[in-house]
Ligand binder design. Sequence first.
Ligand SMILES: CC(C)(COP(=O)(O)OP(=O)(O)OC[C@H]1O[C@@H](n2cnc3c(N)ncnc32)[C@H](O)[C@@H]1OP(=O)(O)O)[C@@H](O)C(=O)NCCC(=O)NCCS
Length: 156
Amino acid sequence: MKTADQSVERRLAVSLRPARRDEHWLIVRRVLREGLDPTKLNWRRFVMAEGADGAILGFAQMKEFATGAREFGSLVVEPESRGEGIGGLLLTHFLEKFPRPVYLFCGLHNVRYYRRFGFRRLAEDEFPPAPLQRKWRMARLMVRIFRVKVAAMVLE
Ligand SMILES: CC(C)(COP(=O)(O)OP(=O)(O)OC[C@H]1O[C@@H](n2cnc3c(N)ncnc32)[C@H](O)[C@@H]1OP(=O)(O)O)[C@@H](O)C(=O)NCCC(=O)NCCS
């Protein structure tokens, strides 16, 4: 088990930097491994969390659409590095850089995680702006047909 001191030490040794072109397939592999949305994985939008030894410990991206809508996503932290604040580091990096509102789609099991950062779930009759609205309608259809549990959240 990691102690609080060990976690802080690891977090201090983590740095964030833009993704490189040659990291495209690493991103795709890890996104698929976690069962996340494998579409729109343009490496240019990604930020990587790198350990002191150069290992990639996590990453995330922000998608900005022509309509001005913003979607945070593809947040993945390596299993052995979870619980050390790396997910929070990546998320707050993007939240400081981009204006609100920021939307995201996540599995129901992650709703509580994003609430910690101020996100709230969209109500039944609430929709995100285009083009996210189409994605959310599709997701809700999936919920009904396949009983996949997905939530849409916003930070205003
Ligand atoms: C979700 C995820 C990104 C969190 O990354 P992380 O680096 O472990 O998160 P942090 O270290 O910033 O936060 C850890 C804290 O959040 C809590 N937490 C982690 N996952 C949680 C969840 N699903 N629900 C509620 N709390 C959660 C931890 O218990 C810990 O709490 P503590 O600070 O009180 O000890 C990581 O577990 C992951 O990569 N999961 C698989 C991919 C995934 O589901 N990504 C989200 C896509 S929407």
